[in-house]
Design a protein around this ligand. Structure first.
Ligand SMILES: Nc1ncnc2c1ncn2[C@@H]1O[C@H](COP(=O)(O)OP(=O)(O)OP(=O)(O)O)[C@@H](O)[C@H]1O
Length: 169
């Protein structure tokens, strides 16, 4: 349920799409090769992560995404079909349209951004498949609420892996 939905509740969002889950399933065991190294062979100091190795750099927003919004409470949220509807600052809109060249919100952004950007702010858990635009959701939430004139940490983004931290930095 995406574009025409209005809800009257707090932002508990459940977004399901099986493709992302399937892609994360473990590979079957493969025979070891001569390139395999045991942990003791690895030189930990020489290990590094190449952020250029991100798997994709495009929006994966298929029409058949199974997105389900579940909400409770008394706040009315209306899905945003455009970024203009979100009361974002001129700088953020410029970043989206001019720098990033985004034309419109993806499905996860359509549903979650009104929840993220509308006071009173509440906790939100959102799930959608890889490459669907989730990072933009929480980054816009952060950027819309920090004071750029204040040179102090104002937002904290916690990532479960170093790879993800590098991807979103
Ligand atoms: N509304 C949009 N229009 C066009 N491109 C977009 C839009 N939102 C995000 N993108 C681009 O799509 C790609 C994937 O977006 P993003 O990394 O935010 O997805 P994600 O769901 O966080 O991915 P992952 O699950 O891999 O972390 C990025 O290159 C991003 O710049």
């Amino acid at each position: 349920m995406a574009d025409n939905d209005t809800t009257t509740s707090s932002p508990a969002v459940e977004i399901k799409h099986s493709r992302g889950d399937e892609a994360e399933e473990e590979e079957p065991n493969t025979p070891s090769t001569s390139d395999d190294k045991t942990t003791s062979d690895l030189k930990l100091d020489s290990l590094s992560i190449h952020d250029t190795k991100k798997l994709h750099n495009f929006l994966d927003d298929p029409q058949n995404s199974n997105i389900k919004a579940v909400a409770a409470g008394d706040t009315l949220y209306i899905s945003a079909k455009t970024f203009d509807e979100l009361n974002l600052s001129a700088d953020l809109l410029k970043g989206l349209y001019v720098v990033m060249k985004f034309e419109r919100p993806s499905k996860i952004q359509t549903i979650s951004l009104p929840m993220i950007l509308t006071p009173p702010y509440k906790h939100l858990i959102a799930q959608a498949h890889n490459g669907s635009g989730k990072t933009t959701c929480f980054v816009l939430g952060m950027l819309s609420r920090v004071d750029s004139k204040l040179t102090a940490p104002q937002a904290l983004c916690i990532c479960p892996t170093r790879e993800l931290a590098i991807q979103v930095r």
